[in-house]
Design a protein. Sequence first.
Lengths: 382, 220
Amino acid sequence: MLTSLQVEGYRGFAGRYTLRGFSQVNLLVGKNNCGKTSILEALHLLASGGDPKIVIETALRRGETVSVLEIPMSYSDYRTRSVTCPDATHFFHGHKLSSNSRFRLSAEGALGELVASVAAPSGRIAALPQVVDAQGSVHRRPDPALTLRIAGSLCPKGIEAPLLLLSAEGAVLGQLRDPQWEETVSDSQKRSPVRFLSPSASQSRLLRQTWDEVLRHGREREVIQAMQLLEPKLAGIFFLSEAGGDGNGSLAGILAALGDQGPRLPIGSLGEGVYRMLALSATLVQTAGGFLLVDEIDTGLHYSAMGEMWRLVVRTAKQSNVQVFATTHSLDCVRGLAWLCANYPDLGAEVSLQKIEPSIEQSVALDAEGIRITADQGIEVR
Amino acid sequence: MPLPRWNLQPNSLHVEGPDDLHAILRLLERHGVPYAKAPLLPSLPRIVDTGGKEPLLAGMPRAVQVSTGRPIGFVLDADSPLASTWNAVRNRLAEAGVPLPQAPDPTGFIGASPAYRATVGVWLMPDNEHDGTLETFLRSLIEERDRLIGHAGAATDRAKQLGAGFPEVRQSKAVMHAWLAWQEEPGLPYGAAVTARYFRHDSPAALAFVAWFRQLYGLA
């Protein structure tokens, strides 16, 4: 289990910033733009062993992109073409990138350390592959002006950490990956699983993918048991085969059985809260032994469901040995955690609340007692 | 009288109980602190009833730690006596990195937590110098020529002899409520009695308290 995290020169954190006192389930709070989501993303990158795919995924999710002109390769078509690439600039403090930019992420308890450093390309870098578009025109991306290497302490000696190839503006043009790194560090079978739930992700697609995994591992009983905290009559969840691939985020074809008899009900008819909770519990069960990162965990939940949501999350996290990091802006969500601490002390012992404030050097960590006292006295922790 | 709609105010002033909350709020209003005006000034603090001296002290370090970039104040009775209340406050605030002097300043304490970048204020009722409570503070707001307060004291003593059940330490509260029972509108609570002007607003302790409050929360 992670006990602390330190970030340096990373996104909104200029100097060293430390979070301590992690528990099984950790709620990150703080003002807008204080870096709550950045902390989740730092954990995501660390838990992936510094996989460049996570850098790209994160930038795209945030809409951090930049246009790059691709150069025509054929004489018949001499038009340059603009493509959108992920922008690596914003990972560095001050949204600036130069040939000596660097950030560092390090954790205690597990996951080790990552150092991301930018440099001018040294030696020969193989030309980036050419791109052929639908019209058959051939283009190539400009030569990289900078490289970004994310070296992790989990990477054995003698194996090259992957290299992101960047334009002078920070656009990610491509990446070079050592096959040996792929085998030793990136292989997800060997790493603790990590999942990032973002409020903007398609609930339906996420649910279908996760449910498939849950079925494959025979864990549906655990999910139903977790969900019964919310809906005691819930007997089963079913995904109809023909309703799967519409891709429009609809929940059509996901049915819930309440009791043993009678028609099964569309999950959407039970309220947004129920399928949010289904997504959470299925993901928790499927992340056993790993890390679940949830941005805005209260999304879609009525204030009165917050206490039970925490009960489900903390209990399932404990059972499945998942370390959870979640963010919220919602006072109701914080109060829900305080309710858990007051009513279920055994579960309360497994939580921490972390107030993120980049202008001081470390987060303020509250344990169950601190969460309860601040909530009782209406002390603003967010 | 309803409380202001102050749920969204980030700054806070923590007090022991509802009597303190209402008396302080209405006294501040009489001094022109615009709690009755909408929209509320963003710097005006919520006054938080913490449910007693022990919970107030228990919440103190965490309340300071989560108050980065904003002022936070605490008002406690100096009834245990003053030196030991001050000592308890010093110990609690040391946990949040706030250095406090050996003894309180008569003008009220205002300092900072460098570690958590919070501004912290402490006021001990009645005046940071004498043992006492909110009632001692309110007693200073009764006109000197008032003839009832002496009688309230004597009547309360007599009631005690006759077997009245209030404990010794609540004597001043019993006197104050006996006195309030004989006002034009009998039995108003402290806050309403401040608004009704049964109390003055300008004893030296009250003036010092309001000046401390204005300085702590940056009000002109």
